[in-house]
Write a protein that binds this ligand. Structure first.
Ligand code: SF4
Length: 418
């Protein structure tokens, strides 16, 4: 397939506030890709409900995410913008793909373990309440089960005497039993501490992501490196399906360099609303300036007269996106020679960010005053999605021998007595 014919799929969480990390790391590239490819862009509310959330807040957050992506430049007349739960085929395909997804592959997903562990830590960190108590009960239960497994392995460990004349069969049997018990225990501990308390939906998240991509037979996926493992699973699932039921799905690949990792204002972690190290694309100019003031810089620049190292300073990395040309080189030189202080450097950055965000804020203001424009764009997107999704699902169900499309064939065979 010629690259221009590639279909593009990507999604964004309805966090309610899109920040410059999302913009630089995803949405800006989406807008560019929409000029040259057929693109499907989705606000992934079905994904968002796999962790704790407030159902009363969800509609506003979802609408806000759609509005902000449109304000950032996604034009519903040039690409398909939609909300995941408005196209139920996403969850239907997830279920069908579950049948060809090995549990072992899902257990390897590092993001699942991280999210589950974080959820448990959050529950344990709560001062009081049911979540904390239930997490503590859970830990106690997991610990007790692990001790039982250790006890079960004890007789075999004790029976293994390096000085004794064991036969090959005896050794093989002992080793296999010890391995089984230890493996079981490790699995139990690893899974138990957090992971087994997570919802089945969180565990199945990567299959839903595979379904998102495969439903549209997308072959290009502009996501960050941190999603490579999920994309690998998507390819594995598609491949298993194709081998078992016949060729239906193409191979999806990541658009390399499409989603650079943007660090937050703490200079150490990825920019994220939940970490509070972000600048929202709709933050007013004075908020942008305020947020930048305490932002992390080169730690060796303690005094104004200390020379700095722009190459390790996150403020300078942001300048690379927002301050162009000669000014960028001047800033680097000014930093290295202590000709410019961090205060002024940040002021220049704030001006650059505000210049870039101004048209986005203006479009967002216009869309807020005309919500029907957003809803119409969404409806247009939903219709296009349903068209493609219905066709893929017909193919998938027929290949798997299920659904209304094939039941007539069964009736005929019964009638003929086949
Ligand atoms: S002058 Fe700018 S680039 Fe240099 S350390 Fe300060 S904030 Fe960073």
């Amino acid at each position: 397939m010629n690259e221009r014919n590639d279909r593009v799929f990507s999604g964004i969480q309805p966090s309610g506030e899109i920040h410059i990390g999302n913009y630089l790391g995803a949405v800006k590239k989406w807008v560019e890709l929409a000029e040259t490819h057929e693109c499907f862009y989705c606000v992934v509310d079905d994904h968002a409900i796999t962790v704790e959330y407030d159902p009363r807040e969800m509609p506003r957050q979802t609408f806000d995410a759609v509005l902000t992506t449109m304000a950032c430049g996604l034009d519903p007349t040039r690409c398909t913008v939609f909300v995941q739960s408005h196209v139920p085929e996403h969850t239907e395909l997830t279920w069908l793909l579950n049948t060809v997804t090995p549990l072992g592959s899902l257990f390897r997903m590092t993001q699942f373990k991280d999210k589950a562990r974080n959820a448990l830590q959050r529950a344990l960190g709560q001062k009081k309440g049911g979540a904390r108590k239930s997490a503590l009960y859970h830990l106690k239960e997991v610990g007790a089960q692990a001790l039982t497994l250790i006890d079960a392995a004890r007789p075999d460990v004790e029976a293994l005497d390096p000085e004794a004349e064991h036969t090959d069969e005896q050794i093989a049997e002992l080793v296999s039993r010890i391995n089984d018990r230890m493996g079981e225990m490790m699995q139990h501990l690893q899974v138990g501490l957090g992971v087994s308390q997570a919802s089945t939906a969180l565990f199945d998240y990567p299959v839903l992501m595979a379904a998102d991509i495969l439903l549209y037979k997308a072959t290009l996926v502009p996501v960050g490196e941190d999603q490579e493992q999920h994309l690998e699973l998507c390819r594995e699932v598609a491949d298993r399906f194709n081998r078992k039921f016949g060729e239906v799905f193409p191979t999806a690949r990541r658009v390399k360099g499409a989603a650079p990792r943007i660090l937050g204002l703490d200079g150490s972690q990825k920019m994220s609303k939940s970490l509070g190290n972000h600048i929202g694309v709709l933050d007013p100019p004075e908020v942008v300036e305020q947020k930048l003031k305490p932002a992390y810089t080169d730690p060796r620049r303690v005094r104004r007269s200390d020379p700095g190292r722009p190459e390790i300073c996150n403020i300078y990395s942001l300048h690379e996106f927002f301050t162009g040309g000669d000014r960028l080189a001047e800033l680097a030189e000014g930093c290295r020679t202590a000709g410019i202080g961090c205060f002024d450097c940040k002021k220049t950055l704030a001006a650059g960010i505000n210049r870039a965000l101004e048209p986005i804020r203006a479009r967002a203001g216009r869309l807020r005053a005309n919500p029907d424009e957003v809803l119409d764009g969404l409806e247009q997107g939903r219709r296009r999605c349903v068209e493609v999704a219905a066709s893929t699902m017909e193919e998938v169900r027929a290949a798997m021998g299920i659904g209304r499309g094939v039941i007539g064939r069964g009736a005929k065979e019964v009638e003929r007595g086949d």
